[in-house]
Design a protein around this ligand. Structure first.
Ligand code: HEM
Length: 221
């Protein structure tokens, strides 16, 4: 008997899942960066912002649940798409040519998994369990102090900066393909399709790189 294909079993269904979960994660990354930029307003404002979020447990845990499910669906579905396209061509190309492939597209393959491990590292560093990677004690209430102490360690800042470059490229390439998947193909949108992913990828990477570097430069202390 023939099995009916569900939407998730099709390539287009999987691409739609990657696109929609990508939008959720993208939204979080932008909001998170804007929230973190409040570190420039000083310890009271920054800690008050963190305390406000923790003071709304239902909203916080709801958002965490949506984020975690989106991340897992995004990763599992992307891996399944990669597996499907490799299976469609079991014998590799004799000579690999990346004629139309941008450096960002190439980094998706390695950048995606790298970002996943970065997120695990970042959560362990700042959230749970909160690992002090220098000579200080992690505090579960003084987020500003964790921020300053954490990024005063140059190799830690180095990891964050490299990760944000991967993140910028991932956001750039991911949002380009997302606009394609969501069917924004009218010639009128050509310029938007080209510029929006570049501006967003660069904007998020630059904002996030500014944060640890501001600590190392002594601007945030
Ligand atoms: C340089 C860039 C970044 C800085 C400075 C930063 C800073 C922080 C800080 C200080 C916290 C702890 C907040 C608290 O304890 O209240 C945090 C939590 C978190 N960060 Fe980041 N972050 C950065 C980039 C990212 C990126 C790129 C992602 C995801 C792709 C991310 C995902 C998270 C998540 C999921 C949490 C936990 C939020 C929660 O409590 O549920 N962060 N971040």
């Amino acid at each position: 008997m023939q099995k009916t294909l569900g939407l998730y079993d099709t390539t287009i269904g999987k691409k739609a899942v990657v696109a929609v979960t990508g939008v959720v994660l993208y939204g979080f990354v932008v909001v998170h960066m804007l929230g973190n930029l409040q570190v420039f307003l000083g310890p009271e404002k920054f800690n008050a912002y963190a305390a406000t979020l923790k003071g709304m447990p239902a909203l916080l845990w709801g958002a965490r649940l949506v984020l975690l499910s989106s991340l897992l669906l995004h990763v599992v579905t992307s891996l399944s798409l990669v597996a499907t396209s490799s299976a469609a061509r079991p014998v590799g190309y004799r000579q690999l040519r990346h004629k139309t492939t941008s450096p960002a597209a190439l980094t998706m393959k390695y950048g995606g998994p790298a970002l996943f491990f970065y997120i695990l590292f970042h959560l362990a560093h700042f959230t749970y369990p909160g690992i002090a990677l220098g000579h200080y004690k992690h505090s579960h209430t003084d987020v500003y102090a964790n921020f300053v102490h954490g990024f005063s360690v140059p190799w830690v800042t180095g990891i964050y900066v490299v990760a944000q470059v991967f993140l910028g490229l991932h956001l750039y390439h991911g949002s380009s393909s997302m606009l394609q998947t969501l069917g924004l193909s009218h010639p009128r949108f050509e310029k938007v399709k080209e510029l929006a992913p570049q501006a967003l990828g660069l904007g998020v990477a630059a904002g996030n790189i500014l944060l640890p570097l501001a600590v190392l430069a002594g601007i945030v202390r």
